[in-house]
Structure formats: C-alpha cells, structure tokens
Design a protein around this ligand. Sequence first.
Ligand SMILES: [Zn+2]
Length: 213
Amino acid sequence: MAEQTSETPAVEIRRYVVGPIETNCYAVVSRGHAIVIDPGAAGAEIARELEGVHVDAIIATHGHGDHVGGVKALADATGAPFWIGEPDAERATHSGSPGSLGIAYDDDAPMADRFLSEGDLVTVGDASFEVIEAPGHTEGGIVLLGEGVAFVGDTIFKGAVGRTDFAGGSAEVLAATLRRLKDRIPPETVLLPGHDETTTMAAELRTNPYLVG
Ligand SMILES: [Zn+2]
C-alpha cells in the first residue's frame, strides 16, 4: 500500500492514500524509527506496514476525522504517543463522530500526549522538521517543514487551499496563514498535502490563485 514519494539514503517518506475521501497519510522512516503524519482511517494497516520500525510519534496536521480517525488503532498497536496542535486536540477526541461531510471515521483520537506549537522541532532518526502553526482550515492546524518537504495538511493543495466552512475554519485566518507560509516555506520545497497530488511551493506560488501575488 505504500507509495514512495521521495528517498534519500537515510530518510524515506512513504505515502498512504486511505479512507473514503482519499486522505494522504505519510510516514517518515529513518534509522529504524518513524513518525506517522495523519494516519487517517488506516491506523491498523499502517502499523502492519511499519512492523519492525519503531514508531516514535503519531502527529496530526489538524483534528479532522479523516486525518485522525486511525490514531487510536495505530497508538494501540505501536504504543506511540499522539501529538497535535493544542487548539485541535479537543476536536480530535470527537473525530469518530460523523463530521461536516456526514462521514464517520474509525475511532475518536485519544487525548494528545503533547501539544505542538510554533518553532518546535520534531526529529526522527536523521530527519528533523520544524513546526509552523497554520490556523485557518482549523484553529490548530500545523505544517511540518524539513528535509526539503513540507507536510501542509489541508492548508495548501495543488491549485487550491483547504475549505474554511468546516468547524474551526476561518477564511480570514487562513489568508493570514498563507501570507506567512509564503515567507516561511522555501520555493524549492516539495509540498505533501493532506489530499490530492504532491506539488512544490514554487509551482503553487506561480499558479495557485490563493498564493499568487
Ligand atoms: Zn481537514
């Protein structure tokens, strides 16, 4: 089920596309350790995929059910702690209930073991990622930037941005976040979004109507 999106000798990023609305889940694997970003509706499957690798942490870019529905199964299988931005932690604990799209996802996420905030450094093996707070799609959204990639959750998509009409969304707040991200994310960075295709910051700065100008 893994589809590789990039590989260097020491750091491997795997993508899994899971669930009814095709959420992108990612695992960063390095030196026998992994972090899983947004285990979607496939916690048990991802745990099997990563057998033999120590899962250091499960990280959610935000608290919507299609991203965190699999946290409990993955945490149960691996013992890994769950990290998320604090403003979304409470929402994630209700993620098993039908959301704005009327779809229910696996289980409620457990209460977070750690809250991630601006400037935190997440390391796994040889890889490290900086946390950038990115509210707008939800209040507690985060971006992880490092190793030439950015896990942007539902904040930026190829040619689009995340909806702001779901619980926790604000178009104004998202616009301010996008202005910050234009300065913070280097153009050559590969963007790994929560849905749809991989892109680059340079391509989005050129063509994404929400980022141009
Ligand atoms: Zn979302």
